[in-house]
Write a protein that binds this ligand. Structure first.
Ligand code: HEC
Length: 119
């Protein structure tokens, strides 16, 4: 009887710590703080791509400085956007990018949705 309840307790403890670890490791669909790609968000995704085109690609393009994009990141490339999505969002959310000033909440959220939906 006592061995059985000890066993149960161990199983519970194991399940609990695995769930906690999963949450810490960002298990599930939340890709490094980008959050969910909402259903029926195509308008917001289009707006998010415009944010990149209007507020990021002006510097982050291959012709920025003698054939080098700002910081070495070329956001005119869909592959590069997908690969750097989490980094792009965190820089924008911190207000570090664009250097001219933080995006509006609407633009920031559109950017987040677009990036989350590329993952
Ligand atoms: C006025 C030009 C300019 C604009 C506009 C701009 N960036 Fe940058 N960005 C830079 C430069 C220059 C660097 C490299 C130096 C630095 O990190 O400050 C950089 C670096 C970065 C980095 C790398 C940061 C790091 O620490 O390595 C990311 C990610 C980034 N930008 C994302 C963005 C995003 C997303 C936008 C649009 C919301 C944006 N940038 C708009 C000029 C710009």
């Amino acid at each position: 009887m006592s061995t059985l309840s000890q066993k149960n307790m161990l199983v519970c403890l194991l399940a609990f710590s695995m769930a906690a670890f999963g949450a810490l490791a960002g298990c599930g669909s939340d890709s490094e703080g980008l959050g969910e790609c909402p259903p029926d968000s195509s308008a917001q995704q289009t707006a998010g791509l415009s944010v990149i085109t209007n507020s990021c690609t002006v510097c982050h393009n291959p012709n920025y400085a003698n054939g080098t994009p700002a910081g070495g990141y070329d956001f005119s490339s869909a592959d590069e956007i997908k690969a750097e999505a989490a980094e792009m969002y965190s820089e924008a959310a911190e207000g570090a990018m664009p250097p001219t000033g933080k995006l509006s909440e609407t633009d920031l959220e559109a950017l987040r949705v677009y990036l989350a939906c590329t993952q």
